[in-house]
Design a protein around this ligand. Sequence first.
Ligand SMILES: C[S@@+](CC[C@H](N)C(=O)[O-])C[C@H]1O[C@@H](n2cnc3c(N)ncnc32)[C@H](O)[C@@H]1O
Length: 266
Amino acid sequence: MQSGVKRVEELQADIYDYPKYYDLIYGSDWRAEFDFLVSCAERFLGQEPKSMFEPACGTGRLLFRLCQAGICVSGNDLNAKAIAFCNERLTRYGLPETGMVGDMTQFQLDQPVDVGFNMINSFRHLNTEDLAVRHLTCMQQAIRSGGIYVIGIHLSPLNGETCDSEAWSATRGHLTVNSNLWLVDRNWSERYEEYAMQYDIYTPSRQFRIRDQLRFRTYTADQFCQLVDGVNGIEVEAIYDFQYDLTLPVTLDTGTEDAVFVLRVK
Ligand SMILES: C[S@@+](CC[C@H](N)C(=O)[O-])C[C@H]1O[C@@H](n2cnc3c(N)ncnc32)[C@H](O)[C@@H]1O
């Protein structure tokens, strides 16, 4: 006897191996980050930025738009499929292929850039203090003296409620992707959070689900500032939040959850 309940096809996979779906969900929401990055650079450099580098750039959803605006851009990412997607799009727009497969804890650029940026928590994929220091040291060397590194992260507030889930949905043509992220485990003393992440994908001929589990290192405001203090040649210059409003700098306190740090390379 049939139950009448249709089982959804489900894959357990690396969610970043599906750049088309990632980009549909996160690529549409680019304007505020783009405007913030450009005006932040103008404010802290005192001139229009000429070059930018994005570690863990994924699909390059911001890179190609910055490049279209006349900025020399490049980025790296561990995921070869994301970089292929990034470079194919750059080529499609007649732009140089400047995405590289690489590790954000171990890289060097040929020429230092004006601005580094890393907007949505990718930095928290670095699961140890040592990897975080190595990354900041690479960025300090990749950015010219006087340049900035803009880094957005969700901090762990010491009081108040934490935001433990997110849901997004996007449609283009016949493709719809619903994305859900929710906390499955948190260990403050070991400093990690495990999130389940799921895409539900709908096309005219197929409906399926991709599931993954992602681990993020946790940072209180103090832990992040101490980390930066421990790296030579880089310091916190200003702090904003995910409203991306340069007229609204943030003062960190124990309840701060969203923070966009502008780090200055000395
Ligand atoms: C949330 S996505 C962000 C992508 C992009 N920065 C954006 O804003 O859309 C996180 C990315 O970090 C990449 N990643 C994780 N660890 C990395 C590492 N050690 N080096 C380079 N990329 C890494 C993943 O492959 C993934 O593409």
